[in-house]
Write a protein that binds this ligand. Sequence first.
Ligand code: TMP
Length: 239
Amino acid sequence: MVKKGELLYEGKAKRLYITDDETVLWVEYLNQATASNGLRKDMIQGKGELNNKITSLIFEALAKCGIRQHFVKKISETEQLIQKVEIIPLEVVLRNIAAGSFSKRLGVKEGKKLSFPIVEFYFKEDSLDDPFINDEHVLVLKIANREEIALLKAEICKVNEVLTELFHKAKIKLIDFKLEFGRLSDGSIILADEISPDTCRLWDLETNEHLDKDVYRREIGDLVSVYKEVLTRLLENEI
Ligand code: TMP
């Protein structure tokens, strides 16, 4: 077991620490929720544990399906070990069904199934409010080259197939989700960050009830009880 070292980075929902193994980082999931790029912030008891458990279980399922990713192991209720990567400053979003910023920007009713899954890039830069960008912006800003852009799109489509099936078994519709990727020291790109109800839109298969962070963003429900519901359903289906 590696030893926890100094704090490397504190984000909105996680703290990252170095370890005595330079290829491994120690992640602590926090009981904190934010919305509107950090303008709204609340302590929510139990959130860190739920997201750590959900993310760990999803990354294990993705690993079984051959997706290259950073997860090493869950080491406590709120902590996990991951491979160290240099995060690519992109939020890679895939949408199966219209919702959120897509619906708002384009006037498409929330809930409308898209004729095929679409991939979008957002530049991860808090000071700019993570703007929507296209492939050419990604190239010009030297965030990724053409081959890497193609790889990011192919990987998120593979993840979509695995997650759609996994959530479907739990009677949940995967509306959209956000991924982040990172580069290992040899330059190869792997999936990183977290996959949880903070980063996915999840609707009940039958009622369309929101089972994700929108309950907090839109103040329409209790975050902990819906995240618990997602975890329980995933565990019941032994994904
Ligand atoms: P959006 O509809 O607000 O653009 O969000 C699309 C998906 O990306 C949704 O599942 C939530 C997720 N997301 C994040 O994980 N982090 C973010 O900062 C944003 C804006 C969205």
